[in-house]
Design a protein around this ligand. Structure first.
Ligand code: TYD
Ligand code: MG
Length: 459
């Protein structure tokens, strides 16, 4: 008779399950992440194919017969968060908020609790990390709180489930999911099985009690929610809170959203009285841009539905060693290397013996290919020591043959630039329309990198 084993090894990074211990996870390639955890014993009858039907009479329905739940989205009182969520909080949804320690997750969610409670809705804030006194100290910095906010310090899942069932709040915050544990699971809090158990339970509670639940999750240094990437599949919405810990601003990004678009970002600033919204991020990002300096270009990136202007800086200098150094902060280094190769080959600029340092000012990360043209022009501007006119912006994707390719929503980008006082825009020729020209800016359509370089300096 086969020996039944009640434990398995789980990768603490991605949740990969294996019967044996392994040094490296085959799924996420992380080293030394396998930990033995007990698994629930499987019943003898096995999975759905071998089991018996429960006896319930199930009837599929048509879409038109589906009744909409009575309650609609409600506002969190923070416009930036509402936009990232897709227009407000949805009753019965489970939202995971990930981020580095100290980035401001607890602060943001306490502010949400405050706003929702101020509307007269019942809110429950459950902390497994801080004592009631510590929460109060934080709350005093944020401001006045109404009586409909309830606090609880607890880490036992079953007790928390009881409290949620009794109190039936409209929104709840669990800070953090890694501190919660269930007695039914033998492994330590924060392990894959515990976190999975906790998320499953909160998912059920959110759906059956119609509560919006926010789960706080810590992030490992690789930038994934610690342990459980499995968790991302289970929840409705995943938000990441990111930013430079030494800079004051914070970016809230949605990476998964069952009820709205992803790619939206919300911009916040950490003040001494909590997080404040930054309604015009472009102005904020361009703060302190040097005038008349070479190697500095303003580019435009679409983050969700919002255009954001950023300053791209490049410093190109002769390398002192055989192997040139390249770094990129805020942009993808591979992309920068690729663009430098394009410049070398298609525009005849000899960069192979040059060090290059690229930085997106303000510490924000941008991944949209539309900033390619900005990176290219910043490199050329620094290499040739030609400053680009202060009132010029650019956007466009650069292809491997040195062509400047179309990007989406050129109109929104041009309008944003004009709003901030820019006068000249270098953009892909295919995006130029009569409508765009009537926006009151000088529109320079370019079809290749060479052409963009030739026209970048003219005032
Ligand atoms: P916190 O919300 O505790 O971070 P997390 O829950 O993500 O770990 O944020 C803590 C940081 O924010 C801490 O470094 C202090 C700072 N902070 C302010 O600057 N102003 C404030 O009003 C508050 C409450 C915190
Ligand atoms: Mg916290």
């Amino acid at each position: 008779m086969a020996k039944t084993k009640n434990s398995a090894f789980f990768c603490q990074e991605c949740g990969y399950e294996s019967a044996k211990w392994m040094g490296q996870c085959p799924a996420c390639k992380a080293w030394n992440t396998f930990v033995e955890e007990p698994t629930a014993p499987k019943s003898a009858s096995g999975g759905p194919a071998g089991g018996k039907p429960s006896g319930k009479v199930l009837k599929p329905v048509t879409l038109s017969k589906v009744e909409m739940a009575g309650r609609q989205r409600f506002s969190s009182g923070i416009g930036e968060l509402d936009r990232v969520l897709g227009g407000g909080m949805i009753p019965g949804s489970l939202v995971l908020v990930g981020g580095d320690p100290g980035i401001g997750k607890s602060t943001l969610l306490l502010q949400v609790c405050r706003n929702v409670a101020a509307d007269g809705k019942k809110v429950l804030y459950i902390s497994g990390e801080e004592s009631l006194q510590q929460i109060k100290i934080r709350a005093q910095r944020i401001g006045e709180f109404s009586e409909s906010l309830l606090l609880l310090c607890e880490t036992n899942l079953d007790d928390i489930a009881e409290v949620l069932k009794q109190e039936k709040p409209e929104a709840a915050v669990i800070d953090s999911v890694q501190t919660m544990y269930s007695e039914a699971v033998a492994s330590a809090p924060g392990s894959v099985s515990q976190v999975r158990q906790a998320t499953n339970l909160f998912l059920q509670l959110a759906k059956t009690l119609d509560i919006t639940i926010f789960l706080v999750g810590h992030v490992t240094k690789e930038g994934v929610v610690a342990g459980p990437r499995v968790l991302e599949h289970m929840v409705d919405t995943v938000l990441y809170f990111e930013g430079d810990r030494y800079a004051a601003y914070r970016i809230l990004r949605s990476v998964k959203n069952r009820f709205g678009s992803t790619n939206e970002i919300g911009v916040f600033e950490m003040r001494k009285d909590g997080l404040a919204q930054v309604p015009n991020p472009s102005e904020y990002m361009l703060n302190g841009k040097p005038e008349g300096a070479s190697g500095s270009v303003v580019a435009c990136s679409m983050e969700g539905t919002r255009p954001i202007l950023v300053e791209i800086q490049a410093l190109v200098c002769k390398t002192g060693f055989g192997l040139p150094r390249r770094t990129a902060a805020g942009a993808d280094l591979n992309r920068v290397n690729l663009l430098m190769a394009v410049l070398e080959k298609r525009a005849g600029i000899n960069l192979s013996s040059c060090d290059a340092y690229i930085n997106i000012a303000g510490g924000i990360r941008m991944n949209e290919p539309a900033i390619d043209l900005g990176i290219v022009l910043a490199i050329v501007s620094s290499y040739k020591e030609i400053p680009i006119h202060d009132k010029t912006i650019c956007f466009g994707e650069v292809g491997l043959s040195g062509e400047v390719r179309a990007v989406s929503m050129p109109m929104q980008r041009v309008q944003e630039a004009r709003k901030l006082g820019f006068e000249r825009c270098i953009l892909p020729k295919v995006c130029v329309t009569e409508h765009l020209k009537s926006e009151g800016m000088e529109i320079v359509g370019v079809s290749s990198v060479r052409e963009a370089i030739a026209r970048m300096g003219a005032n």
